[in-house]
Design a protein around this ligand. Structure first.
Ligand SMILES: Nc1ncnc2c1ncn2[C@@H]1O[C@H](COP(=O)(O)OP(=O)(O)OP(=O)(O)O)[C@@H](O)[C@H]1O
Ligand SMILES: [Mg+2]
Length: 280
């Protein structure tokens, strides 16, 4: 599996990138050095923070930048694919990871496989999955070339047993972007797109207080789709549209309208996880 995300695709989060570099990239790149110096690396790294802040992207990017293989496992998929035998699923994943070393194993949305034991859900399954995961993590000591990363936006749902030393012992918080970061994220998402020269990105960053990276990406995409709508209304036959395509560009007004749209969507979905943030 090739993740195809690089650091440059991720706006801001410099501190988080630096921590991942140190905990993941260096040990994978310089295993001999680490062995020689007897440095013990964190076995598991847990990223947590609000939805849409770039956790999944960061895991992919650190695998790319480490030139490591990448095995991604979504919590809910693990439970459905290996119905009744999720522990075997876990064993299988770690077996594949050892073969593919250097390798990053990414447990995305780990809260769904490892919610607090004994609380709701199919607690028997959870119990077995969690203990299998712990066994594998315990056995990973010798595996300097396999790094485990997990992500969740529900760190309150994680079994405290997973957080004990020697397990997911490095915890990295991925925050909502500040104003400067929102600007950077927007710029990444409109890169190479025809944007009017008078668009004020600082102003848009100001208008989007509280927005996540995913929201900023939705703003960019929505602004562009507003241009498309306008265009196709004006030039309804394909030939005309093609002839005038070079005139199409995104203005400040499109961005402002996009911000309003995304704001409304966010308000309507408050409390609910936003999964499809795009305007269609
Ligand atoms: N810092 C960022 N720079 C550029 N794009 C970003 C950034 N953060 C988020 N995005 C955009 O938002 C999308 C969603 O990000 P991602 O899936 O990594 O969030 P997440 O933290 O894993 O969210 P969740 O907790 O809901 O799984 C990305 O595909 C990207 O388009
Ligand atoms: Mg994610």
């Amino acid at each position: 599996e090739s993740p195809d995300v690089e650091w440059i695709d991720i706006g801001g989060l410099d501190e988080v990138k630096r921590e991942l570099q140190e905990a993941v990239e260096w040990p994978l790149r310089y295993p001999d050095l680490y062995t020689k110096l007897g440095h013990s690396n964190p076995k598991g790294i847990l990223m947590h923070g609000p939805s849409g802040t770039g956790k999944t992207m960061l895991a992919k990017a650190v695998a790319t930048e480490s030139e490591a293989n990448f095995i991604s496992v979504k919590g809910p998929e693990l439970l459905s694919k290996w119905v009744g035998e999720s522990e075997r699923g876990i064993r299988e994943i770690f077996r594949r990871a050892r073969q593919a070393a250097p390798c990053v194993v990414f447990f995305d949305e780990i809260d769904s496989i490892a919610p607090i034991r004994g609380l709701g859900g199919d607690s028997m399954v959870t119990e077995r999955v969690v203990s299998q995961l712990l066994t594998e993590l315990d056995g990973i000591q010798e595996l300097s070339s396999v790094v485990i990363i997990a992500a969740t936006n529900r760190s309150d749902m994680i079994d405290p047993a997973l957080l004990r030393p020697g397990r997911f012992d490095k915890i990295v918080y991925v925050p909502l972007p500040d104003k400067a970061t929102r600007k950077k994220i927007l710029e990444i998402h409109v890169n190479q797109k025809p944007i009017s020269e008078v668009v004020d990105f600082d102003r848009i960053a100001e208008l989007t207080d509280g927005f996540s990276g995913a929201d900023m990406s939705a703003v960019a995409n929505t602004a562009i789709s507003l241009v498309l709508h306008e265009y196709l209304q004006k030039y309804s036959n394909p030939e005309d549209a093609a002839k005038h395509a070079s005139e199409a560009h995104v203005t400040m007004k499109h961005f402002e309208d996009a911000v309003k749209k995304i704001k409304t969507q966010r308000d309507n979905k408050s409390g609910e996880k936003v999964t499809v943030p795009y305007y269609r």
